[in-house]
Write a protein that binds this ligand. Sequence first.
Ligand code: SAM
Length: 248
Amino acid sequence: MWFGSVTLFPEMFNALQSGIPGRAQAAEHIQVQCWNPRDFAKGARRNVDDRPYGGGPGMVMMVEPLLLAIQAAKKTAPGPAKVIYLSPQGQKFDQAAAERLATEKSLIFVSGRYEGIDDRLLTLEAGEQWSVGDYILSGGELAAMVMMDAITRLIPGTLGSSASSRQESLSNGLLEYPQYTRPENFAGLAVPDVLLNGDHQAIDRWRLKASLGRSWLQRPDLLTGREQNTLEALLLAEFLQEREQKSE
Ligand code: SAM
């Protein structure tokens, strides 16, 4: 997967040289290239922003340097590239969106700064608008990196075990079950017995029950409208019963 990034702060994307995205770059599963709109700005001062028409606080990113930077990125992309605008006004990014975008070959992420970008850019360069949540960041770079990281994890070969991205929270519409590692006992808290006995059927059953229970407790919205099969309905009922017994 090829990621282009149009940003006033290309150095921020060095953060993707660590951890899984870093390994993915080294193994050429992903490539990250940046374009700075300032390099495409006109005049001695290379301005990339100006005051908003109609008045109001702050500055707005000018359309031309952004447009030229996107066009330059498109020329370098290894194939047709989808443009992604980072914006708090976009659709909310989630695992399903990451899975869909992971099937693309090239994506160009456009990060706004200041009060945002001149709206005409969206008409001149069609693309998708994505938000990472209902809050305002100072710029799109962190949001772009959040999306790049989530997408990278889904590209075959980027994770140590290909199973691990499939078992993670939200990949099956539920939160992941609790995980434990050594030591077996810590501060009076023991790892559940079922995880120690090597009975994989029992472990899978326990994990599915814990996943359903955790989702019910922490993210009930995930269970609303979910088509539960008989086993899931039974395990959730068991979880709730055990919880009630514990509280008695
Ligand atoms: N005035 C804009 C508005 O109300 O929609 C917000 C501008 S914000 C300070 C500057 C830039 O940060 C935006 O252009 C966008 O690229 C990025 N940004 C801020 N919050 C974001 C979010 N929740 N998701 C994605 N990008 C965001």
